[in-house]
Design a protein around this ligand. Sequence first.
Ligand SMILES: [Zn+2]
Length: 156
Amino acid sequence: MTKDTEPANIDDLISDFSRFYILTILYEGPAHGYSIISQFKKRVKKEISPSLVYPFLQKLEEKGLVTHTEKPVGEKEKKIFELTAEGRELCTGLFKRFATLVAIAIEPSLYVCAHCGCKVYEGGYREVIDDKETAFCCMHCARSYKEVKKLAKQAK
Ligand SMILES: [Zn+2]
């Protein structure tokens, strides 16, 4: 968690996962503070403190990224928060950047099975064939690959 100083820019403001996730909830549609907290808990399986949620919403509002309307619920007034057009734009940019980061993070471990062509994210099976390390999704694909190769050689 970051210190409580005034954030220098939007990157500092959204410097942790919880805040980022609050934005994804708002991106789906208007929500009041309590529903942000309960949605967060349901999806992330982790508690989020109202003392993080409300000041963050307030900061977003000060920056013109979020707006709120008050709706009477019983005796009380409830604030419904909503992203402004500018806020949505910011989110789209953030999500794109995040997607790129994720892609970079998983790319090195991603390979394609030499036999069936399926994408393998982790595990899989490797075997040295003709002095070359070849990657497969499973042993069976490796065996089929070798058989096909042998048949191809015989056909020559
Ligand atoms: Zn395969």
